[in-house]
Design a protein. Structure first.
Length: 357
């Protein structure tokens, strides 16, 4: 028999072992009660997702802590509505510093983050150092081509040439990339230094390195292309006509804000892929897997697009995937097979286009 004292009433009561066991079973049953998962994607075992949630609650995993490039995960309150008791904490750290931070915490075994967001090219050192754990993304609903460098792909950066509709007529739109060398575009083009090189790298994948470097530098020289971090402001204001190799998410955000900008897709444009990986020493591993699962579901994709205009361009029904499907252009997607070469080409092209003219 165990004696349990109630300080409030100053009385004692006695519970038998059998009673305590029964109460324990009742508490466990209540804790493991199923929640409404909503539609579960094909290939995902609903019982496994229920178990992740039950284990997260049982282990006191009240938060998924994510480090990323921006705060796109912070506003996703829909996740907490689906999985009550678990919230999202989203820290913003630059790409290089993000990798250094996670490796440092891994080595000292004081990991504060569950998930790290980024691209394969940026985050691969976390695989090499053991800071990322191998994750069974298939069990969480990810098709094989939505896994790159041990990252679960949750959103795509679809490249596009954005133009200001107040200064560019539809009948004047270029038909191919080389058309931007036409004298009519002299002094009218702008691009972000990195995204310009990244965009041209896909030309290297579909043609070859020499072609990509020559095309990127020829357009720069013929048009007087301005490479600047304020490219979006210049295109939104109409000071420049075209923002070369912008991305769809950024243009949609500008359109929502009332900017007179539109999309031009040309053949062979690229799609960069953004993913999330789980740290080996994740303090909230069950909650982290729940988030990896949820962000790839239709509900997660809808919430992501609503808050940040980002979503998957394939393997999902999203505004971005529908836009790509209706673009009538052939896109080159980043894959497990080409991401390293694409990264190398980006570096080569960036060096070429930033050299003195």
């Amino acid at each position: 028999m165990m004696k349990i004292s109630s300080g409030h009433f100053g009385r004692c009561c006695y519970l038998g072992v059998g009673t305590l066991v029964a109460l324990g079973l009742m508490a466990g049953a209540a804790q493991a009660a199923d929640i409404d998962l909503g539609p579960v994607p094909a290939g995902v075992d609903p019982a496994a997702i229920q178990k992740l949630y039950a284990d997260a609650i049982a282990n006191g995993e009240k938060q998924v802590v994510i480090v990323s490039n921006d705060r796109r995960f912070g506003p996703l309150v829909e996740f907490t509505k689906r999985f009550p008791g678990i919230t999202i904490s989203n820290d913003v750290v630059s790409a290089v510093e993000r990798v250094t931070l996670i490796i440092s915490q891994h080595r000292t075994r004081h990991m504060q983050y569950d998930l790290v967001e980024g691209t394969g090219g940026v985050l691969d050192p976390l695989n090499q150092t053991g800071a990322f754990i191998k994750t069974d993304y298939a069990a969480l609903g990810y098709p094989v081509d939505d896994v790159i460098a041990n990252l679960g792909i949750y959103a795509d950066s679809v490249q596009v040439h954005a133009y200001n509709t107040n200064v560019v007529k539809k009948e004047d739109l270029p038909k191919k990339l080389e058309d931007f060398e036409d004298p009519r575009w002299k002094g009218k083009l702008v691009a972000d230094p990195f995204s310009y090189a990244s965009g041209a790298s896909y030309e290297g994948l579909t043609h070859d390195e020499a072609y990509a470097v020559k095309t990127a530098t020829d357009i720069r020289d013929a048009s007087g292309l301005v490479l600047t971090g304020t490219a979006q402001d210049l295109i939104n204001s109409g000071e420049k006509s075209f923002f070369l190799f912008d991305n769809v998410t950024r243009v949609i955000q500008a359109q929502k804000a009332g900017a007179p900008v539109a999309l031009l897709f040309l053949e062979g444009m690229g799609v960069g892929r953004f993913g999330i990986g789980m740290t080996t020493l994740s303090p909230n591993p069950n909650a982290a897997k729940l988030f990896i699962y949820w962000i790839h579901t239709p509900e997660g994709q809808a919430a992501m697009f609503e808050h940040s205009s980002a979503a998957l361009a394939k393997n999902a029904d999203s505004p971005i995937s529908r836009l790509v499907a209706n673009a009538h252009s052939k896109f080159t997607f980043e894959t497990e097979q080409n991401w390293k070469e694409r990264g190398r080409l980006t570096g080569v092209i960036q060096k070429a286009v930033t050299q003195a003219r």
